[in-house]
Design a protein around this ligand. Sequence first.
Ligand code: NAP
Length: 308
Amino acid sequence: MFSKKKPTPQIDKDQLELIENAQNRIKQKKRLYIHFVFFLIGAVFLIVANTVLGIGKDFKILGKEWFLFAILAWLFLFVYHLFNVFVTYKFMGKAWEKKQLDKLVAKQQLRIEKLKKGFVKEETLIAQSEVYNEPKPQKEKTNSPKQELTIIVAAAENDAIGKDNKLIWHLSDDLKRFKNLTNGHHIIMGRKTFESFPKPLPNRTHVVITRQDNYKVPEGVIVVNSLEDAIDASKKDLNPFIIGGGEIYKQALLVANKIELTRVHDSFEADTFFPKIDASIWEETSNVSHSRDEKHDYDFSFLTYIRK
Ligand SMILES: NC(=O)c1ccc[n+]([C@@H]2O[C@H](COP(=O)([O-])OP(=O)(O)OC[C@H]3O[C@@H](n4cnc5c(N)ncnc54)[C@H](OP(=O)(O)O)[C@@H]3O)[C@@H](O)[C@H]2O)c1
């Protein structure tokens, strides 16, 4: 019970590996040396077999004794062996293998870390979505203000909206409605519509769309190169208006939420038209008719459409 245990020598894993490597290396070199000795004896034997014992004396390759080729072939094998022991071992030996393994392990660890992070993110998202699915946060969501993009246009029965970069009619109530609705808002328009104004309209932020790089405008007018940028430039406004013309209406119909249309009940010759309003996409929510009078040459209606 109290007898002393003999201390056993402790060799750690690295030392053991080093010893194994050294033993392997000695074995490799020994095998090479034996190969060399065999090669020397074999070469002498081949020469003696041919020249002294007369084996294959008449057999020649390219006019030379066959043993020369046999020795050369063996020499080639020996050089290959030599190359493996010294050169290949140096570049692709244990140390190289270890380095590659370390690299691979490091890569795998990095991937595992990434996956772990991904899982944590996903878990957080799931947890958050669970929280958001509860009724309270829903309320928070509906409270956040949402931008409403409105197209405002006056179009005839044949969808005509302009000719020679001018409006076709003068309807004072329509202009008043335009003024009231757009007052204080961003008004987005194509370069041609902007040029159809004698000067910018008061109390509205003009956003002009053009493909030109250095398009000059009066101070305060914003110039952009796409409808997307125009909407982005109006993002502070909860209700920016698209005010034309034909090219811009066509593009805006894909993204707008609302159309304020003045339908002029007549047909006109024109060069610019409003696209057909697709009833499967747009729902008419209001329709107010106005008859022709001393101030208005045509019957017209104010219609409102909301995207379904
Ligand atoms: N009845 C109505 O309610 C109403 C309202 C507004 C206008 N209008 C009429 O409509 C007519 C003008 O319409 P319109 O179709 O000829 O011209 P527009 O739509 O006013 O402007 C066209 C110009 O906008 C720019 N543009 C268009 N798409 C663009 C894009 N994706 N990216 C960058 N720039 C873009 C180009 O300018 P650049 O050439 O400079 O590159 C293009 O030449 C006029 O007759 C006007 O009176 C009628």
